[in-house]
Design a protein around this ligand. Structure first.
Ligand SMILES: N[C@@H](CCC(=O)N[C@@H](CS)C(=O)NCC(=O)O)C(=O)O
Length: 232
């Protein structure tokens, strides 16, 4: 059994999507980020970076103590290796998946996260930031579009690269992007959206990037106002 610590955000939904695709039993622990539950000591013991997602795997391969993990990319890789699914075993196929998984973690996620922040959450309009991150996100969408031109899935076969990227394309409107500008990406997005596991994952999930005019000052401080003191 796996404990999943999650909120309805792209990084959180990645792991839920994996678990739904794999049909692994899991218990959901919703972490309210705006209430600051990610800073509670019990959660920090699992996720010292005070971010979701995190998991506790009570039945690691080979037995032994439960494995706790944070960082969505590491979690996807850990689970894929544990199950022997969604990552090829041959050197070339594995390398292909790993590079796109890391591309999502280091590029698409952080850049799209920034434009999501400046478009939806920032209390004031910052034209330079909006322009910079819209353009960089468009470039990344274009990279993915080119990759998908001649294949159904990002690394050929369906893999954790697709699972990692999909939740970051869901909020494309908040990223200032139109999928019609990226035909191969749009085709892949439609195919991914139609998968039963995707539909189960997103059932009842509110768009994390829906405009939140009602964010209170306290919530804003909890979400965006923490500095080094949280790590001590
Ligand atoms: N690189 C991390 C990023 C995780 C992350 O940014 N989580 C956000 C939600 S998507 C979070 O928990 N934010 C709460 C906070 O920063 O206090 C991962 O992929 O797991």
């Amino acid at each position: 059994m796996i404990d999943l610590y999650v909120a309805a955000t792209p990084n959180g939904l990645k792991v839920k999507l994996f678990l739904e695709e794999a049909g692994l039993p899991y218990t959901t622990h919703t972490v309210s980020l705006s209430k600051g539950e990610q800073f509670q000591p019990a959660f920090l013991a699992i996720s010292p970076n005070n971010k979701i997602p995190a998991i506790v795997d009570h039945a690691p391969l080979g037995g032994g103590a439960p494995v706790t993990m944070f960082e969505s990319g590491a979690i996807l890789l850990y689970l894929a290796e544990k199950l022997g699914r969604f990552i090829p075993t041959d050197i070339h196929g594995r390398a292909e998946v790993l590079q796109w998984l890391f591309w999502q973690m280091a590029g698409l996620g952080p850049m799209a996260g920034q434009i999501g922040h400046f478009n939806v959450y920032a209390p004031e309009k910052v034209p330079y930031a909006i322009e910079r991150y819209t353009r960089e996100t468009a470039r990344l969408y274009g990279v993915l579009d080119r990759q998908l031109t001649d294949r159904a899935f990002i690394a050929g076969e369906f893999s954790i690269a697709d699972i990692a990227c999909y939740p970051w394309i869901v909020p494309h409107a908040a990223h200032g992007q139109q999928l019609a500008d990226f035909p191969a990406l749009e085709r892949w997005f439609a195919a991914m959206s139609a998968r039963p596991a995707t539909q189960r994952t997103y059932e009842g999930v509110e768009n994390a990037y829906a405009p939140k005019q009602s964010l209170s000052e306290d919530e804003r401080r909890v979400l965006f106002g923490r500095g080094a003191s949280t790590a001590r």
